[in-house]
Design a protein around this ligand. Structure first.
Ligand code: GLA
Length: 697
């Protein structure tokens, strides 16, 4: 049973390998009890509370609450903050009841005086070992209640000395990993840019010296594509309090009489066996419950994208030449990136004008699409629908459709403004334009970009007193557009991009089929980006292109290394094929053909990060699905005097025999040998890589 309840007071949520428990204490407060390896006996869970009240350390502050609020005698950062119409600013509640519907538990908290209920939702995914949580606020009174903070969930992790793993970064430098010690005070990861953006990711990964295969890891990620906040606070009471949800900076939500407000979900879990189990549990959960159902089981096509080859110079004839070359190496989808619409010759003009540029495509997109189809490929295109350039017909017609403060000059980001998606006229316009584009042309893939951060949240459509809700309403508008386009065009594949990896989040995952991970396509940087990405995001969504980056200049990396690096995800090619030698074309062709054989194992298999490019002397990872395993090994720099690198595999069957070739020589070994003795790989010279296909006999 996934939901167990004792005496209507103690709640034990069980997944296949984990348990999460809490209870209603004698004061009607919902208090956390346990998170970790599975417990079977609910009767063991005595309601032990923290005792020992002291004037500065009242009991309510010490409790490991499931839903703490600002106010009363609480001094840690509460997970919500409300202001009632009379100025009272604490939520003083009692548990009012609960409801179970299959794997979904709802606990209702009611204020003792005001007509406010908070419903805490817990959905237990037994097989994947993940518990989804979100909250709903319901105003059952007659007066408005203002929410100034309303996180999706709160977690207590008992003990001290934890570490937290998250990222820092910028455009083209996403997923730079950092580990922070959580010894005192608060550690905050957040975004105020209107998307999750590149500076950090909406997740928590908390552990104490865990590694890939050992140690307790507590993790969770927010399914939201806007401003987020993660707070990990080491309380003085020997527990870590973790909050995750919509950012409370410049946040205000007015909950009118009779209204409800629902937070985005958090998907969280516990692994008692390190990071590898965490990643694979999240990935299985993403495949089964988050990705759009119609595409979750489909492989991604190998694509060619012409952006790095041509940038804005995308004339029809030139694209046809590239398409012929892309088809010759075996790509399955030809994508025209930025520059095909409006007066778009650079990033200074054209956004908002979603008609085909007649100078570049005198007969529309059809001749190019027909040629691409004739060549046996599908056709895809780039859009950035939330934006407008000042130099565009759309802006000239509707200058009032952007976020701005009337008394101030509008600020540009990449020479563009952000359209006001809180205004239904704007979202309708975007849906109509995109629907037309997709209806008139045989387009089966869209790369949806967002190339600036939001700012100046003022709107001619909203009242000034509601400006602080724009951050949320913008994300709702964005979700509305993509949902509508998917409904109208269910066969089109959508990729989420925001100047590279600014929209890698589980909110987007519900509506998109893949992520553009980063504009940084240098294979060495990519190995690092991809390794960190894979902690909580599925490999299937990790688009990875082979490009001309690292082909001279500061470094020259062999094409084989680049190919292997991109084959670790959803392969794409972004090279300028006009400058590619015959030998390289053959290499690309052979590489793509081989990738197609291993693609399902890479995109749907179990991932093992065998050696880290951040910590070890070489980098290696494997993907295993049924009887097939694909191993990639990368040597960035040869160590002095070292040519043999020992690699111990994981996730094989001890008793099974496996066949594989290394450097042209065939081998057969047992799973036990490969895992416990390991393989010696001969690698020498900088930028050496290997891909080994291992098949069960
Ligand atoms: C962003 C994207 C790139 C490319 C350009 C086009 O930077 O991340 O991949 O599409 O926009 O302008």
């Amino acid at each position: 049973m996934s939901i167990n309840i004792l005496n209507n007071k103690v709640f034990l949520l069980n997944t296949a390998h984990t348990s999460y428990a809490f209870f209603e204490d004698e004061e009607g407060i919902l208090v956390h009890l346990y998170w970790g390896k599975r417990l079977n006996e609910i009767k063991d869970l005595d309601a032990d509370t923290m005792e020992g009240e002291q004037a500065y350390h009242p009991n309510i502050d010490k409790k490991q609450e499931e839903c703490s609020s600002y106010g009363m005698l609480r001094y840690k950062e509460g997970s919500m903050k409300v202001t009632f119409a009379d100025g009272v600013r604490d939520f003083r509640y009692r548990v009012a009841g609960y409801h179970v519907d299959g794997n979904h538990l709802t606990i209702t908290l009611e204020d003792v005086h005001y007509s406010l209920s908070i419903h805490l939702h817990y959905i237990v995914f037994e097989e994947e070992d993940i518990i989804e949580r979100y909250r709903e606020a319901e105003n059952m009174g007659t007066e408005e209640i203002i929410f100034e903070r309303f996180h999706s969930a709160e977690y207590s992790i008992y003990g001290t000395g934890y570490s937290s793993f998250n990222c820092n970064g910028t455009w083209a430098d996403e997923f730079k990993p950092y580990t922070d010690s959580l010894n005192a005070g608060k550690k905050v990861y957040d975004s105020l840019r209107g998307s999750v953006a590149h500076v950090g990711y909406p997740w928590f990964i908390i552990h104490k010296g865990a590694d890939e295969t050992a140690g307790d890891v507590y993790f969770g990620t927010l399914a939201y594509s806007g401003n987020f906040k993660v707070v990990a606070e080491q309380t003085p009471y020997r527990y870590l309090n973790v909050l995750i949800g919509i950012n409370d900076t410049d946040f205000e939500w007015k909950l009118k009489a009779g209204e409800t407000f629902c937070t985005p979900s958090v998907y969280a879990g516990y692994s008692g066996a390190g990071f590898e189990t965490m990643s694979n549990r999240m990935s299985a959960f993403a495949h089964h419950h988050v990705m759009p159902k119609e595409s979750a089981k489909k492989s991604l096509r190998v694509l060619y994208n012409s952006w790095e080859a041509t940038t804005f110079d995308v004339a029809c004839e030139k694209q046809m030449i590239l398409a012929e070359k892309a088809a010759a190496i075996g790509t399955e989808l030809f994508v025209v990136d930025d520059g095909w619409f409006g007066e778009r010759d650079s990033d200074h003009a054209g956004l908002g004008d979603w008609y085909v540029n007649a100078k570049k495509f005198p007969d529309g997109l059809k001749p190019l699409i027909d040629r691409v189809k004739e060549l046996g490929m599908d056709f895809g295109i780039w859009i950035e629908p939330e934006m407008v350039n000042e130099d565009s017909d759309l802006y000239r017609t509707h200058p009032e459709w952007i976020y701005r403060y009337e008394t101030r000059p509008v600020l540009e980001g990449r020479y563009q403004y952000m359209l006001d998606l809180t205004n239904p006229k704007v979202t309708d316009y975007i849906i109509t334009e995109m629907h037309q584009l997709l209806s008139k042309n045989d387009i089966s893939y869209i790369k949806w970009d967002m190339n600036r951060a939001i700012g100046e949240c003022g709107s001619s459509y909203q009242k000034p007193e509601d400006y602080k809700s724009i951050w949320i309403k913008h994300v709702e508008g964005f979700y509305h557009i993509i949902k509508e386009l998917r409904r109208l065009h269910p066969d089109v594949e959508f990729e989420a991009c925001a100047s590279g990896g600014g929209r890698v989040d589980y909110g987007c995952m519900k509506y998109f089929d893949e992520f553009w991970t980063s504009d940084n396509t240098d294979p060495l940087n990519r190995l690092s980006i991809q390794e960190t990405y894979s902690y909580l995001y599925p490999i299937k969504y990790m688009r990875a292109w082979v490009t001309d980056a690292a082909s001279g200049g500061s470094r020259t990396v062999p094409l084989s290394f680049k190919m292997h690096c991109s084959m670790c995800g959803a392969l794409g090619i972004g090279m300028n094929l006009n400058h590619t030698s015959e030998e390289e074309m053959t290499q690309l062709k052979e590489g793509i053909a081989f990738y197609k054989e291993i693609r399902d194992t890479v995109l749907f298999g179990r991932l093992s990060r065998l050696k880290s490019c951040h910590r070890d002397d070489f980098h290696a990872l494997s993907y295993q699905k049924e009887g097939q395993m694909v191993v990639f090994a990368f040597l960035i720099q040869q160590a002095r005097g070292q040519q043999e690198y020992l690699l111990k595999l994981r996730n094989l069957k001890e008793e099974s025999r496996y066949r594989f070739r290394i450097d042209g020589k065939e081998w057969e070994k047992s799973g036990a040998y490969l895992m416990y003795h390991g393989l010696f790989l001969n690698m020498y010279g900088d930028y050496m890589s290997k891909c080994i296909l291992i098949e069960e006999v």
